[in-house]
Design a protein around this ligand. Structure first.
Ligand code: GDP
Ligand code: MN
Length: 380
């Protein structure tokens, strides 16, 4: 789950990290009022679930409340990486002497949280990572002990020469780790962590990704969810109890089990296709889940073919067959459907499908190949 910058900053403040806090506005007038209340120069910042807002024109400084109103007017409604800006954060503008990057991610390779810090922070950090990886210092954290004081200090010395700033940064790194753990995050970063001309260290941007599997035990974090900022199909799928991730290809996939879903996507790619989604209808399928899955997949206009790949264990293939028949009767589907199913109640499933005019395959290779041919137009 993604959260907005203003929410991420609240998680930092809760651990004691110094952040120039502001308020959120949904209209230009509110933005002007907030700027008046804050007094002095402000920064107007698009609140969308993506980085790179600065480069896209979604972060603007304003010297007066009137200017804040104008900047908010321009930013609200703007599209950034396909997302519409519906809220802006109005925060006191910081004077910046230097910009650093500090972040912690859950790293698969290390099977542990890994800190990354760089004195070359700011909006070009991706470029730094790509062209000058040595400018980023990494440190693996032992989750049993967390980020120890000497480790935090070591990282801080990468960022600053001034002992006072090193101590401030070391403290912030430990507080950031605490925020990362408390939020069940898979990523927590501050970019930029700035120094002011007076030498103070401050966080002026924050980004968190929350591990969905932590949410059941963290209701206060779950409450930060903003469905209006999420992919509509993913919201729909979550409410229907399906695990769904939208992708950019045109082969819609309906699969049971995450492992089989991954294998199916691999095979689609192997045969030269591109999956339109990851979708796991889960173990104990009922026809309703299939109906919902088809509704969600067909709402994507890019989808050229729908591939069912069902391995019936606990999942009964006749349930899936009934779901396909029900769904296509309710609303006929105008893209071809390729069905591969095998396992529990396979004979019944094949009978249900053939009576409804569908054919089913049992071989996964053949089915995926066929689906890719249909998607690329070679099978016509
Ligand atoms: P991002 O582009 O989405 O990561 O948004 P950021 O909040 O990191 O802002 C991008 C850049 O805008 C920062 O790296 C700063 O250079 C600049 N910026 C953001 N807030 C302020 C501010 O309060 N004062 C000044 N002077 N610059 C800011
Ligand atoms: Mn940033």
């Amino acid at each position: 789950m993604n959260i907005h910058e203003y929410q991420a900053k609240e998680l930092l403040v809760a651990q004691g990290i110094p952040v120039p806090m502001g308020e959120v506005a949904t209209t230009a007038e509110q933005a002007g009022d907030i700027a008046r209340r804050l007094g002095g120069a402000v920064v107007v910042k698009a609140q969308v679930h993506t980085g790179g807002r600065g480069k896209a024109g979604g972060v603007k400084l304003a010297k007066t409340p009137e200017e804040a109103r104008e900047k908010a007017q321009a930013i609200l409604g703007m599209q950034i990486k396909g997302l519409t800006v519906e809220k802006v954060l109005i925060a006191p503008a910081a004077d910046i002497a230097s910009e650093a990057y500090v972040g912690v991610i859950m790293d698969r390779a290390s099977k542990a949280p890994v800190f990354m810090v760089s004195a070359a922070g700011g909006i070009d950090i991706e470029e730094v990572a790509a062209t000058n990886p040595d400018a980023i210092r990494k440190l693996v954290v032992d989750p049993r002990y967390g980020l120890l004081p000497h480790q935090a200090y070591l990282l801080a010395t990468e960022l600053y020469q001034e002992p006072k700033q090193q101590r401030a940064a070391a403290k912030i790194l430990q507080q950031l780790y605490a925020a990362f753990v408390a939020a069940g995050a898979s990523l927590a970063e501050i970019n930029p962590l700035i120094t002011t001309p007076e030498g103070e260290v401050r966080a002026i941007d924050a980004k968190f990704n929350i591990d969905d599997n932590e949410l059941f035990r963290l209701p206060a974090i779950e409450a930060l969810r903003d469905p209006s900022s999420e992919e509509p199909a993913e919201v729909d799928a979550r409410e229907a109890g399906l695990t769904f991730i939208k992708l950019d290809g045109n082969v819609g996939c309906v699969v049971n089990g995450a492992g089989l879903a991954m294998a199916t996507m691999d095979l689609v790619k192997y045969y030269g296709g591109e999956p339109a989604n990851f979708l796991d209808i889960g173990g104990s399928s009922n026809p309703e889940k299939v109906v919902n899955a088809l509704r969600i997949i067909t709402s994507d206009p890019q989808v050229k073919v729908i591939l069912f790949n069902i391995f019936g264990g606990i999942t009964r293939t006749d349930d899936v067959a009934n779901g396909i028949v029900t769904a296509t009767r309710q609303s006929p589907i105008d893209v071809p459907i390729v069905i591969r199913l095998t396992g529990t109640n396979e004979e019944i499933a094949v009978k249900i499908l053939s009576e409804a005019g569908f054919s089913a395959m049992t071989d996964m290779d053949e089915a995926v190949k066929r689906a890719v041919e249909l998607a690329t137009g070679e099978g016509k």
